[in-house]
Design a protein around this ligand. Structure first.
Ligand code: NOJ
Length: 539
């Protein structure tokens, strides 16, 4: 029997009905004036998150770290970095989250550690250290060259020479982030134990970092060249990473993690995976014994084109294994912000799309107020991806700027100096201003979230495409009892919506444009520019 049929069809699990909100801790709320967000800051903003209606809080890494990759270089996974607070702050965050009926999901980084982690320190100490094989060590090729042509995501070769022990080690990211060797069962045990530590505390699950990177080709074959490489892309893209990522054995590792989670009641396993749809869906596992939610980044990576989006939704729906549950992501700390990509007016349509699609939605802090990428002068760049490839404009700092809360100095983020420059208009464009405006993006998000949670067709119903062209994207969400029609104009020109052999009548329940809700519509609709409509159809 498939694992997710344990519950009846309409009785959704919390991670199916819920809405994920990514808190990039460093930039969310500072509580001690050092200019860097912290755990207590998150605690102080839980009421805000509850009022917004999101109910699964994913917090980015807060573990001890040299912070070369802002916490994704962990030196002790069972600790809290003093920059972010203490273990008792963490315990309080968990308790306060649960008190509000919300869930807490932690970031887990099993692909690599910091080079300061004691495992790596031991591993690099000598060739016969018991932990030598916990990392990916290889002899040099002929003439001392690296073992193969694999490249690091942050630029350059993925192999670093260790003069002391005369071997190379592999790092998919910075040289200070050595990759663990997941072909070694001792590594499985060690990492699973660390995950257990947090599960025993009561966390509700994990977002697993770079899940598709975990296992590399056994024979270390060279990656082939990418004929479509463009110079503005990261150097990593010069090759197709067919041997260094997404290896068949990775699914056994994911299943191991899932097995461990299943020993606890209703925990969630989310995977960060950037792959085409047909490879992505393999991460659910053959019989749903893999990740519950392999992150679907389609909305982030594809053009804002209704026909292309409609096709991708169908491809995804069609590829999903039986009994698996979809998900959609609108923003994260590695990608340009949606409001920058599509503009202010379309950010409202994007919110409507995210919150009416079938599957768990994920939003990124600040998306709900339409935060934009902030241009960071070259001499202020902090992100390693930007620093290591300075000629390519790849820094992720612009989408990690501090949350804009109110009109006070530094927009209420900190009483000190923010670690990263904030948006110039932060004192005007913020949560407080939008809370006071019933037509703001924040108010729209709240209404969309409330409607989605209330209406079964929207949180649990089937998806059925209706019509798409170069302006419009439309679909139905339905259960046996309820039908909703969603009509989205992804362009800045008005258009009309009607379809041969499709007659309908209903009431507009929510619109991105003020004054439209409550109107009844029948068989055709004049859709304004940049307008999205959620229509409850008559039975
Ligand atoms: C994915 C994370 O989202 C990103 O921020 C980080 O740099 C890499 N993994 C390396 O851990």
């Amino acid at each position: 029997m498939s694992r997710q049929t344990k519950k009846s069809k309409d009785q959704q699990l919390w991670w199916q009905k819920g809405i994920v909100y990514e808190v990039y801790i460093r930039s969310f709320q500072d509580s001690n004036g050092d200019g860097i967000g912290d755990l207590r800051g998150v605690i102080n903003r839980l009421d805000y998150l509850q009022a917004l209606g999101v109910n699964i809080i994913w917090v980015t890494p807060f573990y001890k770290s040299p912070m070369l990759d802002f916490g994704y270089d962990i030196s002790d996974f069972k600790s809290v970095d003093p920059m972010f607070g203490t273990m008792s702050d963490f315990d309080e965050l968990l308790e306060e989250t649960h008190k509000r009926g919300m869930k807490l999901v932690l970031d887990q980084v099993p692909n690599h550690t910091s080079d300061q982690h004691e495992w790596f320190q031991e591993s690099r100490s000598s060739k016969d250290n018991p932990k030598r094989d916990w990392f990916c060590w290889e002899d040099a090729g002929e003439n001392g060259t690296p073992p193969n042509n694999w490249m690091a995501m942050f630029g350059g070769s993925a192999w670093e020479w260790d003069e002391k022990t005369k071997q190379y080690y592999y790092h998919a990211f910075l040289k200070e982030q050595p990759d663990l060797n997941w072909r070694n069962p001792e590594v499985h045990q060690a990492v699973l134990k660390e995950m257990q530590f947090w599960l025993d505390k009561g966390v509700d699950g994990f977002r697993v970092d770079v899940m598709w990177h975990l296992i590399k080709d056994e024979y270390l074959r060279d990656n082939p060249e990418n004929a479509d490489y463009k110079p503005e892309q990261p150097t990593y893209n010069q090759l197709l990473p067919v041997y260094s990522t997404d290896q068949p054995e990775v699914h056994d590792i994911v299943a191991l993690m899932r097995d461990m989670l299943d020993k606890y009641e209703e925990r969630v396993l989310i995977g960060e995976i950037y792959l085409p749809i047909h490879q992505l869906v393999n991460y659910y596992g053959d019989d749903n014994e893999g990740a519950h939610l392999p992150f679907n980044f389609m909305l982030l990576t594809m053009p804002w084109d209704p026909k292309k989006i409609a096709t991708s939704i169908d491809e995804y729906e069609g590829a999903l294994p039986n009994n698996s549950w979809p998900n959609w992501v609108i923003g994260n700390h590695d990608q340009s912000r949606m409001a920058t990509k599509v503009g202010e007016a379309q950010a409202r349509v994007a919110a409507m799309l995210l919150l009416t699609l079938r599957g768990t939605p994920t939003l990124y802090y600040g998306d709900e107020i339409g935060m934009q990428d902030v241009s960071i002068p070259k001499d202020e760049v902090q992100d390693p991806q930007g620093l290591h490839m300075p000629d390519k404009d790849l820094s992720r700092d612009p989408y990690r700027t501090p949350m804009q809360w109110d009109e006070s100095e530094h927009a209420g983020f900190t009483s000190g100096m923010p670690w990263l420059r904030m948006a110039e208009n932060a004192r005007q464009h913020n949560v407080k201003a939008q809370e006071e405006d019933e037509n703001s993006l924040l108010s729209l998000y709240k209404k969309l979230i409330r409607l989605r949670q209330q209406e079964q067709a929207l949180h649990a119903g089937r998806y059925r495409p209706v019509y798409s062209d170069k302006q419009l994207l439309s679909y139905i969400r339905e259960t046996d009892e309820q039908r909703y029609l969603v009509v989205l104009n992804l362009s800045d020109k008005p258009c009309s919506f009607s379809k041969e052999n499709f007659s309908f009548s209903g009431e507009i329940k929510l619109a991105t444009t003020p004054g439209r809700a409550g109107t009844t519509v029948r068989n055709s609709i004049e859709v304004k520019k940049d307008e999205g409509l959620v229509i409850k159809l008559e039975a």
